[in-house]
Design a binder for this molecule. Sequence first.
Ligand SMILES: [Zn+2]
Length: 262
Amino acid sequence: MIADRAYNNVRNDTFALPVWKLGYTTIYDLHPNRRGMHPGPEGTHTFWIDGVLYADSLPEGLYDLDPIAIDVSKDDRERVERRHQARQAYAYIPHDARHPDESRSYRGPAAQPGRLRCPNNPKSMRAPQSVPTTSCTRGEECGCGHTITLYDSDYPDMRMPFQHGTLACEMSYHRRVGIESVFADLKQNRLHVHRGYFRGFGIGRYTVLVGFTFAALTCSSCTTGSASVCVSIRGAGSSVSRNRCAQSVGVVSQRDRAKSPR
Ligand SMILES: [Zn+2]
């Protein structure tokens, strides 16, 4: 589920937690005021940056990275993305699916299969030299090799499947443009779904009617000169909506023609 800043600025029990309970994954646009570092779970030697959990071996130079911007050169975008990918190696990533008890395991960067070489995790040191090596001191606790259980209450208003500001985040978030286009088609460009379009009550009836409406929209989008696919569903659309729909495509039903003044 893609949400702009208005949604993750509300209380978690108003938006984030209910949609997670329904099984959705949330993609956010983070306001600069919400970005920053926070301590991770106690005793794990981790910290949060912009909703992602990192091992404390993350170099300080990678703490504060600008998100990728649209209005910069391609070279600058690639440079910023390389720095984000360097930071990604230190991130905790999901280890399994979310459990019914609202928990989910996350694997540290040196936990097998490792993405880093850490002196405190001998198996990780068997990785080739091309894999980054942390500056951890052997024998001193670090946050590289843990598997941590996080719960829905751990920053649900910021947590995403990938780092904020990366190309992956940008590509996912910008799907929102496509969705807005569908909304425009529904409300104005092809159909006229507004208040009163559906007449009736009950989620069951609404669900069926919305299904028919989207089917009509899909047919309309796929048909060249889509006029013929303005579907009137008995009981679904108001007469006003049906008339507007019919007028927009130059089709007037027999019943409406009979009603109209001559
Ligand atoms: Zn370490």
